[in-house]
Design a protein around this ligand. Structure first.
Ligand code: PHB
Length: 398
C-alpha cells in the first residue's frame, strides 16, 4: 500500500511540475428515447446505430477528459404515457443532462413539459409535426417537418397532375402532411378529389385503395410513418392494381424509406417523393457516411433518414459539449443550439433557425429507380433550398 501511495504522490507531483495533469474525467449523460417495440419497432435501431456510429468516429473531437454516455430507452411505439415515463426515469434516476431521439410526435409532446420542469435540452432527431418545437423552449429539432417536404412538393405536383387524392395516418404529422400538400396543390390550380385519414395502427389498406381506384385520381398522395407501415401501403397499392390503373403514388419520403425498398419490390419503381435525405445521394459527405455505415454494420445495410437525423443530432450534441468544455448549462446549451450549422451534413447544408429552433435544409425531388440492381431513391432535383418550416412561416405572429 505504502509503495502504491508513494508512487501515486510522486506521479502526481511530477505531472504537476510538467503542467501535464490530465483533466478530471467527466461524463456527460445523454438519454435517448426511441422505438424498439410496438408500432414500427425496427426504426429505433436506425436511430441508435446513427448515434453510436457518430460517437465511435468522433470520440477524439470531445474536450480532453470528457466522455459521453448514451442511455437508451424503448418507448414502445406511439405511446405517450410510456414515453413520458421513460423520459422521467432518464431525468430523475439516471440524471441525464440532455435528451434526444423520439420517432413519434405524441411521444415528443408528452416529453416536452418535462424538459421545461427539469430544464433539460431535448434534441429531437425524428418526430416531425411542426408545432412540437413551440411546446418547450428546451427543444431544438435536427430532423424535419412534414410541412417542409409536403408544401414544396404540392407546388411541384400541381404542375404535373390535375386531380389528387390524399391518404394520411390519422394523427398529427399525417394532418400536417395533408394540410401542407393540399394547400400548395390547390394554390397551384390542382383539385383534391378526396382526403382520407386512416388509423395509425393496422389500417386495412386494401379497402382504402379500392376507393381510391374508383375515383380515378391522377395521383395518390400518402403519408404514413416510415418503417413497416410504408411497406404495407406499397403492398395495398400493388394488390389493388392502382399502378396498372395509371394512378401515380407520391408523398413525403416517409413512404419509401431507404431500408424498406428491398422489401417493397418493383411496385415501388417510379414512386416520386420529396425529402431531405436519400442514402443514394451522391454528395461526398453522404458517400462517406454510407461507406462508414456499411463498414460498421455490413455491406448490405443502408442508413435512412432516421439514421441521418440521429447522426446530425449527435453532431449538434458534440458541438454544445465542446463549446462548454463538458459542463452543460441548459440555457447556454439552447443558445448554442440556436447557432448550430453544418454546411456538410450527409443531407447537404443544415442549420437551426434561431427564432424557431427548427431545422433549415434543402428538399429534394426523388424517384425510386433501379441502380446497380437495387431500388434507390434517386435525387432528381432540389425543389427547395434552405427551407424553413413553412407552417411556422405561415403562422408567424404579425
Ligand atoms: C412522427 O410521429 O412525427 C413521425 C413518425 C414517423 C415518420 C415521420 C413522422 O416517418
Amino acid at each position: 500500500m505504502r509503495g502504491r501511495n508513494g508512487w501515486l504522490v510522486t506521479g502526481a507531483v511530477a505531472a504537476l511540475a510538467l503542467g501535464a495533469m490530465p483533466a478530471p474525467a467527466q461524463t456527460v449523460k445523454v438519454g435517448m428515447v426511441s422505438t424498439f417495440s410496438g408500432l414500427n419497432a425496427n426504426i429505433g435501431e436506425y436511430m441508435e446505430r446513427g448515434m453510436r456510429l457518430y460517437m465511435k468516429l468522433h470520440e477524439k473531437d470531445l474536450p480532453p477528459g470528457v466522455k459521453i454516455e448514451l442511455i437508451v430507452r424503448d418507448d414502445n411505439g406511439a405511446n405517450p404515457e410510456r414515453a413520458k415515463q421513460v423520459a422521467q426515469d432518464l431525468i430523475v434516476k439516471e440524471k441525464v443532462q440532455l435528451l434526444t431521439g423520439v420517432i413519434f410526435t405524441p411521444n415528443a409532446l408528452a416529453i416536452a413539459p418535462l424538459t421545461i420542469e427539469a430544464k433539460i435540452p431535448f434534441v429531437i432527431s425524428n418526430a416531425g409535426t411542426s408545432m412540437i418545437t413551440t411546446r418547450s423552449p428546451y427543444i431544438a429539432r435536427l430532423s424535419f417537418t412534414l410541412w417542409q417536404s409536403s408544401y414544396p412538393f404540392g407546388q411541384w405536383a400541381a404542375k404535373k397532375y390535375k386531380r389528387a387524392y390524399t391518404m394520411v395516418s390519422d394523427y398529427a404529422p399525417g394532418h400536417d402532411a395533408e394540410d401542407a400538400f393540399s394547400k400548395s396543390f390547390k394554390e397551384g390550380g390542382g383539385e383534391i378529389v378526396n382526403s382520407v385519414r386512416v388509423p395509425l395502427t393496422d389500417p386495412d389498406f386494401a379497402a382504402y385503395m379500392q376507393r381510391v381506384k374508383d375515383s380515378k385520381p391522377d395521383a395518390l398522395f400518402v403519408f404514413v410513418p416510415a418503417g413497416k407501415t410504408a411497406t404495407s401501403v406499397m403492398k395495398g397499392f400493388a394488390d389493388l392494381g392502382l399502378k396498372d390503373a395509371g394512378v401515380k403514388l407520391i408523398g413525403p419520403g416517409d413512404i419509401t424509406p431507404d431500408e424498406e425498398l428491398p422489401n417493397m419490390g418493383d411496385v415501388a419503381l417510379g414512386v416520386v417523393t420529396a425529402f431531405h435525405y436519400s442514402a443514394a445521394a451522391d454528395r461526398p459527405a453522404n458517400k462517406a457516411f454510407v461507406a462508414a455505415w456499411k463498414k460498421e454494420y455490413g455491406a448490405k445495410e443502408t442508413p435512412d433518414f432516421v439514421s441521418v437525423g440521429a447522426w446530425d443530432s449527435m453532431d449538434a450534441i458534440y458541438y454544445v459539449i465542446r463549446e462548454q468544455k463538458g459542463k452543460i448549462d441548459p440555457d447556454k446549451t439552447m443558445e448554442l443550439l440556436k447557432q448550430y450549422k453544418n454546411p456538410n451534413s450527409p443531407r447537404g447544408p443544415i442549420s437551426i433557425d434561431p427564432e424557431t429552433r427548427d431545422i433549415v435544409q434543402n428538399e429534394y425531388l426523388r424517384e425510386v429507380r433501379r441502380v446497380n440492381g437495387e431500388l434507390a431513391n434517386v435525387e432528381i432535383e432540389t425543389i427547395g433550398t434552405a427551407v424553413k418550416d413553412p407552417w411556422k412561416e405561415f403562422n408567424k405572429k404579425k
